[in-house]
Design a protein around this ligand. Structure first.
Ligand SMILES: NC(=O)C1=CN([C@@H]2O[C@H](COP(=O)(O)OP(=O)(O)OC[C@H]3O[C@@H](n4cnc5c(N)ncnc54)[C@H](O)[C@@H]3O)[C@@H](O)[C@H]2O)[C@@H](O)CC1
Ligand SMILES: Nc1ncnc2c1ncn2[C@@H]1O[C@H](COP(=O)(O)OP(=O)(O)O)[C@@H](O)[C@H]1O
Ligand SMILES: [K+]
Length: 544
């Protein structure tokens, strides 16, 4: 699991080490130089002669960039620092100059030339602002320079490596207003920061690399991202004594004569995700059973529900079925997915074993109906804030769909999953997610009844599997919702095969795991201790 901590938590963890004279900046900048050296080797075969432009702001973030520049200069790279503030980190500047490179202060008249210089480099290191940034984007010379650079040619332009965070994002809230330089890669220190995982800023961070600088981060992480082994540990795997009822029965109230496809997709996804039985309630049972003969039409005992795909709240029969089924949800602790048309039928307060699955527009409608007037654009700009508000107002676990899918549960738990290709943004994909999550909740209904906060972890795992299924269905190309559902068995098998033996997870306090060999107080010689966000053990872990 990739965990993130707020800038205040990171600063608090740094403070005692800095007081003891631990050279955190040297650790950070040495690892950063290693990351840039790898980019240079990938791009041009070697570090020697590679051109690196440092964009340097007024604080320690600029200090990191300058020190990294000094290491790179010592390894033969051609390094120049463009200072976008009148003063930069003194020791960093001295280190860079001692290594034989220059710091050029950019003023308003020099912006065009500086941007041209940066655009011609192999690598641009964005060290303008880090965790000290006030949200709202870059202004002044930095803003003007970055605005020009942002028009870069992705194919031939420089690789942009962000130092700790892309400069100017909302480090703690993931906001991305104003001018921000989109990075191809972000090398972040101590732990990931929430803004690197949260939409909309997450898409400006590129590939994420977390560098262990030895911080001990106690307390609750701010935002988590599940990885494959986490989802595998959450998956309801049947034991040898399993039978169809013990594996879970999911009841699906979906579809209408006008929208029959949603019922087919939601039930198909539930069947293909591997639940014990799927019951369908609605007006298009003939079609559902014709497409999925495994589905049982009509009422009966269930462990979990899916309400809403293809349901219009004006449809009196479906409305009655959902209202009736909510009885079991509220009084027998049956978990439920509440999607699409059923969102308007949600009772005033529900327990956290109810998972709402709106997209941004549906979330805006739900909040507006409960007295908080917002529009879709506003929700998209601040999805975490609005997901939290929906959780507070309803009591439900809230999953907000999008490029990054957010899940908010009780006790501040929040997950940000970024597993899906943009090809998944296609009609019916949400119906598949609802059916898939319903199957998972049915398979683990007893555990969810014991600990409703598990619903949030299961919802995040469903988003992960959904995104991976889209990639499995057609790697790198368009997918249909039906193809995503059909790819579920293979996706789950791959997940369990590759990852089932890894440790289990949940939402509790955690601390960063240490790399075994960190850079030392003396000049590091053995290489940086970095962990990629795609590699094992990064960032920290949680126990359940
Ligand atoms: N404390 C330490 O020794 C360590 C710090 N580290 C680095 O230090 C960074 C944090 O350094 P700082 O606390 O100096 O903060 P930053 O370097 O992020 O920036 C702070 C400076 O930028 C100005 N500023 C903030 N928002 C602005 C805006 N929107 N427009 C223009 N100017 C703005 C502030 O007034 C302040 O002068 C981390 O992100 C990390 O890169 C790492 O080297 C690890 C160790
Ligand atoms: N840009 C994107 N990148 C990746 N996934 C996306 C993107 N936009 C939407 N999605 C995913 O596509 C699905 C769309 O669901 P939804 O909007 O409910 O569609 P429908 O109601 O037609 O089924 C969601 O799972 C969402 O997370
Ligand atoms: K930065």
């Amino acid at each position: 699991m990739l965990l993130s901590w707020t800038s205040a938590q990171v600063r608090a963890a740094e403070a005692p080490l800095l007081a003891d004279g631990v050279p955190l900046m040297q650790r950070a900048s040495f690892a950063l130089a290693g990351a840039v050296a790898r980019v240079l080797r990938e791009r041009r075969g070697r570090v020697v002669g590679g051109s690196v432009v440092l964009l340097v702001g007024p604080g320690n973030n600029g200090g990191d960039a300058l020190h990294a520049g000094a290491y790179l200069r010592a390894r033969g790279a051609d390094v120049v620092a463009l200072a976008v503030a009148p003063r930069v980190h003194d020791e960093g500047r001295a280190a860079l100059e001692a290594a034989g490179s220059r710091v050029v202060v950019v003023d308003e008249d020099g912006v065009a030339a500086a941007a041209a210089r940066a655009a011609g480099a192999d690598v641009v290191l964005d060290g303008i602002l880090g965790i000290g940034a006030r949200p709202g984007g870059l202004t002044g010379v930095a803003g003007a320079l970055v605005a020009r650079l942002s028009a870069r040619d992705d194919e031939r332009g420089p690789v942009v490596v962000a130092v700790d965070t892309p400069s100017g994002i909302g480090v703690d809230d993931g906001s991305a207003t104003g001018t921000v330089l989109r990075a191809d890669r972000t090398v972040t220190f101590g732990a990931a920061k929430p803004g690197l995982l949260l939409p909309p800023a997450a898409r400006l961070a590129g590939e994420l690399e977390v560098v262990d600088i030895g911080l001990d981060l106690p307390g609750r992480p701010a935002i988590a991202r599940l990885e494959g082994h986490d989802a595998a540990a959450l998956w309801p795997v049947p034991g040898p004594a399993a039978h169809k009822y013990s594996r879970g029965v999911v009841g699906v109230v979906a579809g209408a004569r006008r929208y029959p496809g949603a019922a087919v997709l939601a039930t198909s996804a539930a069947v293909l995700a591997g639940v014990g039985m799927v019951r369908y309630l609605g007006d298009v049972a003939d079609l559902v059973v014709a497409r999925r003969p495994e589905v049982v039409a009509g009422p009966g005992h269930v462990q979990a529900w899916v309400f809403g795909p293809g349901v219009s709240p004006e449809d009196a029969a479906q409305r009655r079925r959902i209202e009736h089924a909510f009885d079991g949800v509220l009084h027998r602790a049956e978990p439920a997915v509440v999607d699409a048309g059923a969102l308007e039928l949600l009772p005033p307060r529900v327990p956290a074993h109810v998972v709402l699955t709106p997209h941004a527009g549906e979330l805006a409608r739900l909040l507006t109906a409960r007295g908080h007037r917002v529009d879709r654009e506003h929700v998209e700009a601040h999805p975490l804030r609005h997901a939290r508000l929906a959780h507070e107002l309803t009591g439900a676990t809230v999953l907000v769909k999008g490029h990054v899918t957010l899940v908010v549960g009780p006790d501040g738990a929040a997950y940000a999953q970024s597993d899906a290709p943009a090809w998944l943004a296609t009609a019916g994909a949400g119906d598949v997610l609802a059916g898939l999550l319903g199957a998972m909740l049915a398979g683990r209904a007893a555990d969810v009844a014991d600990d409703p906060s598990l619903a949030a972890a299961l919802a995040a795992a469903a988003a992960l599997v959904h995104g991976r299924a889209a990639r499995t269905a057609n790697p790198g190309g368009p997918v249909t919702a039906r193809a995503v559902a059909l790819a579920l068995p293979e996706t789950v098998a791959a997940l369990l095969g590759a990852d089932a033996s890894r440790p289990t997870v949940g939402w509790t306090a955690g601390s960063t795991a240490r790399a075994t060999t960190g850079p030392t107080a003396t000049a590091p010689t053995t290489g940086p201790t970095t962990r990629s966000a795609d590699g094992p053990g990064r960032g920290g872990r949680m126990g359940r």
